[in-house]
Design a protein around this ligand. Structure first.
Ligand code: CP
Ligand code: NVA
Length: 316
């Protein structure tokens, strides 16, 4: 393997938000991810980038993709990952988050955490001395957005000449996508109900990034307006993990925002469909759309592995 592609410029860095990354760092992550994706596993194992290193993975919420891609990624890079269920350590109950961070920092070379409150990943980073990766909080899901934009490059080549439409809840996934769209200069329109628009501070930050790149981030309340001339349509669940008891209240409000054939037909002819998964089929997206030839949801899922390996190889 040509390990020269990995330099130390990001070593020790945390990834809590897309805002933690410069455009150059985002491009570096994509370059390394592309390189790792092109290599066979034996090639990577023969020249391991993270030999002897351990990642602690803390989960306060369920996961399929995040758990498997981080653990598999560490194995392929010659390191090891430990899965820590929040029931075992009882984050903030059995022991404070700062104390957990201080202890983990004496044993492992990186911490990945999926948490309810974004403040928990901030505390893990502030009180620990090893890189912390946000693997989903109530505010952001930066690893997801990086994998999604890597997927957009694979299918649409130039991020600066496309329009991404996000239809649905202005949630954690939407926030990271907006920030990343702003950073790389992708035009993005969010189509969501008035009462479920993205966080105004994150919107303002995304717009600041976008204006530096000559692109725009728009919010509209009509899903059909959102997808006009869209090269990619993205959606996510209407009620995120932790919001399950709001489901009956949310469902009728989000029903007009379902990504179905009629909505897809209002976008560009060569539109592709993205979803972070897991999907609630028949709710935010129909079977005919998620299983269509223009759906790239499994590419996104696969790319979580390659992009997160790049992140870990660069920061740990
Ligand atoms: N997209 C995503 O983060 O999937 P999991 O919740 O299964 O990890
Ligand atoms: N917005 C969703 C994403 C799941 C990967 C949630 O937070 O549950």
């Amino acid at each position: 393997m040509n390990n020269n592609i990995i330099d130390d410029s990001m070593r020790g860095k945390c990834l809590l938000s897309i805002s933690d990354l410069s455009l150059q760092e985002i491009e570096k992550i994509f370059e390394v991810a592309k390189h790792l994706k092109s290599m066979s596993i034996p090639e990577q194992v023969d020249n391991p980038l993270l030999a002897g290193k351990t990642l602690a993975m803390i989960f306060e919420k369920p996961s399929l993709r995040t758990r498997v891609t981080f653990e598999t990624g560490m194995t392929q890079l010659g390191g090891h990952a430990i899965n820590i269920q929040s029931n075992d350590i009882q984050l903030g109950k059995r022991e404070s988050v700062p104390d957990i961070a201080r202890n983990l920092s004496r044993w492992v070379q990186g911490v990945m955490a999926r948490v309810f409150s974004h403040n928990t990943v901030v505390e893990l980073a502030n009180y620990g001395s090893v890189p912390v990766i946000n693997a989903l909080s109530d505010v952001e899901h930066p690893c997801q957005a990086l994998a999604d934009f890597f997927t957009l490059i694979e299918h649409k080549q130039n991020l600066r000449s496309i329009k991404l439409a996000y239809v649905g809840d202005g949630n954690n996934v939407c926030h990271s996508l907006m920030l990343l769209a702003g950073k790389v200069g992708t035009n993005m329109t969010i189509g969501c109900p008035k009462e479920y628009e993205p966080d105004p501070v994150i919107l303002e930050t995304s717009r600041k990034y976008a204006s530096e790149m000559g692109s725009s981030i728009n919010v509209v309340n009509d899903p059909y307006e959102a997808v006009i001339e869209a090269d990619a349509i993205y959606t996510d669940v209407w009620a995120s993990m932790g919001q399950e008891d709001e489901k009956s209240e949310r469902t009728p409000i989000f029903q007009p925002y379902q990504v179905n054939n009629k909505l897809v037909n209002a976008a560009s002819d060569d539109v592709i469909i993205l979803h972070c998964l897991p999907a609630k089929r028949g709710e935010e997206i129909t079977d005919e759309v998620i299983d269509s030839p223009y759906s790239v949801v499994l590419d996104e899922a696969e790319n979580r592995l390659h992009v997160q390996k790049a992140v870990m190889a660069l920061i740990m």
